[in-house]
Design a protein around this ligand. Structure first.
Ligand code: 0X9
Ligand code: CA
Ligand code: CA
Ligand code: CA
Ligand code: ZN
Length: 402
């Protein structure tokens, strides 16, 4: 094989020898500066920011006086978690079979819908760029009817490599169906709410990330060089330096808001829930990993409140966020306190639809090693169970009039 690869002019950096770096004691302004520099942010906890960077990026940050410490080699880390590289296998690397591939997820959802026909309706919000169905599970008593009950939405796996989040959405589906009729809280919530779950918003990226049994650390969708779906939403899209205009960046916002079929499909579904002029979805939770955080909007501005969020509304976000965090031990904060992001799902849900919309960054808190995006499958059960109460709180909160 020729050892020469030619990158398009002014575009792709050489990402073959990336290091994993940590910077300690960061504040949100420094984290925004680091995120803007084009490195691939993995997580942040207790002021320690972890990211992957190529040598040129690391050098540029050092020249700006940022004290980076290299903790690992990215390729080595990924290889260590993918022991047996196999040709054309659609499965997780050996030892991680507890995670569901898209095909396995599809089968579980179909079986669940068959077994619980009265309270489950399985459909989709559209298709991914490569044509995979974006599954939509509705759970409620009389699931086939649109009843006058507060609606709530869970979304997972906007980012391809955050596979633990897909398992989180799957657990929500399984718990609210299997425990219906035996667990009193679950039964009450299923009877009085309409619960929507989209277990993977980015199936193309998730499948690519495990292709050939080899983890790739892939974040974006698979349209062109990939769009970061959580920078592609249509409120204050690209406004504030919280995303990139370069197609090779890990935070590429796309050529226009909702240019990705995946965000367009989920947004159209949410728009379809405006009935008689009233948005039926009252609460929404978007799962990511990792850092163990509860985040609320806005992400595009450091301001707590403004003309689209009153101080009372900002206080409600904080109050609910703190209650959720108390139940799972995560750290609660406004999204921009992490770093500025624009075009994120939460900002659009709140600004355009008044939906109480938050993000969870799941396990682990930090560490930056092998566990980051790829915790062993033994962690699925404890780390998804950990959010059972938070999920109940949010579903209940959808019914609280404001
Ligand atoms: O940067 C992101 O998209 C999320 N972090 S991740 O490491 N999973 O990529 C955080 C998004 C939070 N943004 C808002 N809630 N606005
Ligand atoms: Ca295992
Ligand atoms: Ca119902
Ligand atoms: Ca309804
Ligand atoms: Zn994410």
């Amino acid at each position: 094989m020729l050892a020469v690869s030619v990158a398009p002019a002014g575009a792709a950096q050489d990402d073959s020898d990336r290091g994993l770096y940590e910077v300690r004691g960061t504040d949100s302004a420094q984290r925004t500066e680091i995120a803007r520099s084009g490195v691939d942010v993995w997580g942040t906890h207790d002021g320690v920011m972890t990211f992957a960077a190529n040598p040129a990026q690391a050098q540029a940050l050092r020249e700006r006086g940022i004290a980076l410490e290299q903790i690992a080699d990215v390729e080595e880390l990924l290889a260590e978690r993918s022991p047996d590289v196999v040709a054309s296998a659609d499965e997780f690397p050996a030892g991680d079979e507890g995670y569901h591939t898209y095909g396995e997820l599809t089968e579980v959802l179909r079986n669940t819908a068959d077994e619980h026909g009265e309270i489950v309706s399985l459909s989709d919000v559209g298709s991914s760029y490569e044509g995979r169905s974006l599954h939509l599970v509705k759970i409620s008593d009389n699931a086939g009817q649109d009843e006058d009950e507060p609606e709530v939405l869970f979304t997972c796996n906007q980012h391809a490599r955050e596979h633990l989040t897909t398992e989180m959405c799957l657990r929500i589906v399984e718990r609210f169906t299997d425990e219906y009729g035996s667990d009193p809280t679950v039964t009450e919530l299923v009877d009085t709410r309409e619960i929507y779950v989209i277990p993977t918003v980015n199936p193309d990226g998730a499948e690519y990330d495990i292709e050939n049994g080899r983890y790739k650390g892939w974040r974006k969708n698979r349209q062109g060089n990939g769009t970061d779906l959580n920078r592609n939403w249509g409120y204050q899209w690209g406004c504030c330096g919280g995303s990139s205009g370069s197609p090779y960046s890990e935070t590429y916002r796309g050529p226009s808001a909702f240019s990705a079929p995946e965000t367009r499909a989920v947004a159209s579904f949410v728009e379809s829930r405006v009935v008689g002029g009233t948005q039926q979805i009252k609460a929404h939770l978007d799962f990511h990993s990792y850092s163990e955080l509860v985040l609320w909007p806005y992400g595009y501005t450091y301001d707590d409140a403004n003309d689209t969020m009153t101080p009372e509304e900002a206080r409600r976000f904080q109050e609910v966020g703190e209650r959720l965090a108390a139940s799972n031990g995560y750290t609660p904060q406004q999204s921009s306190d992490l770093y500025i992001t624009d075009g994120s799902i939460n900002d659009w849900m709140w600004a355009e639809h008044d939906i109480l919309s938050l993000t969870f960054e799941m396990y682990p808190a930090g560490g930056g090693g092998l566990d980051g995006f790829y915790p062993p499958d033994e962690r699925i059960e404890p780390e998804t169970q950990r959010n059972d109460e938070a999920v109940e709180i949010l579903v209940a909160e959808a019914g609280n009039q404001v």
